[in-house]
Design a protein around this ligand. Structure first.
Ligand code: NAD
Length: 492
C-alpha cells in the first residue's frame, strides 16, 4: 500500500523519517491507506518554503484579480471532482455521502467567495481617517499577515481546512496546513488541486501527521506569523500558549455545548426535526451541535414521545449506503470517548430514554444509536461537557428567564438556537444568549458570508465572511504630514 505524501514547496514528498500512520475506515474498522506522518524536520522545510514564498512576493504581490483567477480555478477543480472527493471523505470520516457532498460543495464555494471578496476589498478606495488635524492625512491599508500555520480537526476535514486556506490565500498569505491525523485524505487531494490550479510553489504546504509530532512544531515555529486553529479546548490552549511565547496572532475555533430553547407555541413536528438535525447531523460531531435542548414544560412530554419515535426511524449504517442518515463515529478513540460519557452517566444513575447502544445488526464499525437523555441534572457531566457524538440531553423549563439562564450557564458560547412562533421573543432570546452564532427556528445551517466563532471557551476571533479574511490581514495606518513647513519641535 503506497502511503500519501506531504506537499512542500510545490512538490509531493515523503516525510524525512519515513513514518506513516494507518488510515482506518470507521465503517469497517479496516486499514485502507497509509498516511505520511511528518515530524519537526518536515515542518522546518514547509515553514521555510512558506516563508521564502511569502518574502519573495510571488503571491502577495500579485493583484487580487490574479489571485482570484487561481482561486476560482481551485473551486472549479474541486467541483469537477466533487463526488470523488466526497466519497473519499466518507471512507475516511464515516459521514453519510450527501453530507460529504454538501461539505465539498461548500468548500468549492468558499474559494470563489473569498476570491470575490478580496477583489472587492482591493477595488475599494483606501479608507481615509479623519485625524482632526488638517496638517496630516491618514489612511488605512491592509497587508497580508505573512506565513499562516493552519491546524484543523477531523469532523469536516476538507471544509474546516478551506475556511482557513481560502481566505488566507485570497489575502496573499502563504500557508502550512495540518489536517487531523484521523482524516487527512481530502486535504491531500486539495494539495493536488492547488498545485494544478497554479498557486506558486511554497505558498501552500501540507503537513500530515500527529498533533504532537507535526502540529506542535508548526505552532511553536517562530517563522509562522499567525496560527489559525480549529479543534478542542485543551489543544487550543496549547496553541495559544505557543503563540504567546513569540507574540504571534492566533485565532481559535473550539468546542461547544450549544443550547436550543423550544417554546410551547411552536409546531412540535418542526421542533423535533430541527432538534434531530441539530445533534444527529454528522453523527453529532459538530462543534456547534445543539446538544442541550430546553423545552417548555407544557410541550415537554409530547415532544419527547415524538422525538424518540423519529430517532428510531433514523437509518444508521455505512455512509455510502442509500438512505443512511447516521454513519459511524470517526474512530475507535472517539467511539470509546462517547461510550465513556454514556457509562459515566449510567454510573451516576442517568439512563438514556432512547439509544445509548450499538445498533442491532451493525457489529463492526464505530456505530452508536441516536441517544437521548431527558431531565438530566444540570451539574451532570453529560449536560455540561462536549460529548461530540449523537447524544442529546433534553430538559424542561417554565419561563423565558429560566430558559435563558440555563442556556447561558455554560463555559462554552459557540452556538445557540431558539424556536417560537413569536418572533419578538425569538429576537429577545437571541440577544440574551451569550454565544457567537444564534439560529432562530432552525439549528445548524451556516453560510460562507456570515461570521462564525464563539464566546467564552469556544474561541477567539471569527471565521467566514469579511471577518474571516480579516484574520489574514495586518492593519496598517499610513499618516502623512502635508504642510510645507518645519515641524518646529527641535528646530525653530
Ligand atoms: P484536537 O484538538 O484533538 O485536534 C485538532 C487538530 O490539532 C488536529 O489536527 C490535531 O492533530 C492537532 N493537534 C493535537 N495536539 C496538538 C498539539 N499539541 N499541537 C499542535 N496541534 C495539535 O481536536 P479534534 O478532536 O480533531 O476535533 C474536535 C474538536 O474540534 C471539538 O472540540 C470540536 O468542538 C472542535 N471544533 C470546533 C469548530 C469550530 O468552528 N469552533 C469546528 C470543528 C471542530
Amino acid at each position: 500500500m503506497m502511503a500519501t505524501q506531504l506537499f512542500i514547496n510545490g512538490q509531493f514528498t515523503d516525510p524525512q523519517q519515513g513514518k506513516t500512520l494507518d488510515v482506518i475506515d470507521p465503517a469497517t474498522e479496516q486499514v485502507f491507506d497509509q498516511l505520511a506522518a511528518a515530524t519537526a524536520e518536515d515542518v522546518e522545510l514547509a515553514v521555510n518554503a512558506a516563508r521564502a514564498s511569502f518574502d519573495s512576493g510571488v503571491w502577495q504581490n500579485q493583484t487580487a484579480e490574479q489571485r482570484g483567477k487561481v482561486l476560482r480555478k481551485v473551486s472549479e477543480l474541486i467541483n469537477e471532482r466533487l463526488d470523488e472527493i466526497a466519497a473519499l471523505e466518507v471512507k475516511d470520516n464515516g459521514k453519510p455521502f450527501p453530507e460529504a457532498q454538501w461539505d465539498v460543495e461548500d468548500a468549492a464555494f468558499c474559494f470563489t467567495y473569498y476570491a470575490e471578496l478580496a477583489e472587492q476589498m482591493a477595488a475599494s478606495p483606501d479608507e481615509l481617517i479623519d485625524v482632526g488635524d488638517d496638517r496630516f492625512s491618514s489612511k488605512v491599508v491592509k497587508d497580508p499577515v505573512g506565513v499562516v500555520g493552519a491546524i484543523v480537526p477531523w469532523n469536516f476535514p476538507l471544509l474546516m481546512a478551506v475556511w482557513k486556506v481560502a481566505p488566507a490565500l485570497a489575502a496573499g498569505c502563504s500557508i502550512v496546513l495540518k489536517p487531523s491525523e484521523l482524516c487527512s485524505l481530502s486535504c491531500v487531494e486539495l494539495a493536488k488541486i492547488i498545485k494544478e490550479a497554479g498557486v506558486p510553489d511554497g505558498v501552500f504546504n501540507l503537513i500530515t501527521g500527529l498533533g504532537t509530532e507535526a502540529g506542535a512544531p508548526i505552532a511553536e515555529h517562530p517563522l509562522v506569523d499567525k496560527l489559525a486553529f480549529t479543534g478542542s479546548v485543551p489543544t487550543g490552549s496549547r496553541i495559544m500558549a505557543a503563540a504567546a511565547k513569540d507574540i504571534r496572532t492566533v485565532s481559535l475555533e473550539l468546542g461547544g455545548k450549544s443550547p436550543f430553547i423550544i417554546f410551547d407555541d411552536c409546531d412540535i413536528e418542526k421542533a423535533v426535526e430541527w432538534i434531530m438535525f441539530g445533534i444527529f447531523w454528522n453523527q453529532g460531531q459538530v462543534c456547534s451541535a445543539t446538544s442541550r435542548v430546553l423545552v417548555h414544560e407544557e410541550i415537554f412530554e409530547s415532544l419527547m414521545v415524538r422525538l424518540c419515535i423519529e430517532a428510531e426511524k433514523i437509518t444508521t449504517g455505512p455512509g455510502m449506503e442509500e438512505g443512511v442518515l447516521l454513519g459511524p463515529l470517526v474512530s475507535a478513540g472517539q467511539y470509546n470517548k462517547v461510550l465513556g460519557f454514556i457509562a459515566d452517566a449510567r454510573a451516576a444513575g442517568i439512563e438514556p430514554v432512547f439509544g445509548g447502544e450499538r445498533p442491532a445488526g451493525l457489529d463492526t464499525g464505530y456505530y452508536l444509536q441516536p441517544t437521548i437523555y431527558a431531565d438530566v441534572p444540570t451539574d451532570a457531566t453529560i449536560w455540561k461537557e462536549e460529548v461530540f457524538g449523537p447524544v442529546v440531553c433534553v430538559n424542561k423549563f417554565a419561563s423565558e428567564e429560566e430558559a435563558i439562564a440555563l442556556a447561558n450557564d455554560s463555559e462554552f458560547g459557540l452556538g445557540g438556537a431558539v424556536m417560537s412562533d413569536d418572533l419578538q421573543r425569538c429576537d429577545r432570546v437571541a440577544k440574551a444568549l451569550k454565544a457567537g452564532i444564534i439560529w432562530v427556528n432552525c439549528s445548524q445551517p451556516t453560510f460562507a458570508q456570515a461570521p462564525w466563532g464563539g464566546y467564552k471557551k469556544s474561541g477567539i476571533g471569527r471565521e467566514l465572511g469579511r471577518w474571516g479574511i480579516e484574520n489574514y490581514f495586518e492593519t496598517k495606518q499610513i499618516t502623512a504630514f502635508n504642510k510645507d513647513e518645519r515641524w518646529g519641535w527641535y528646530i525653530k
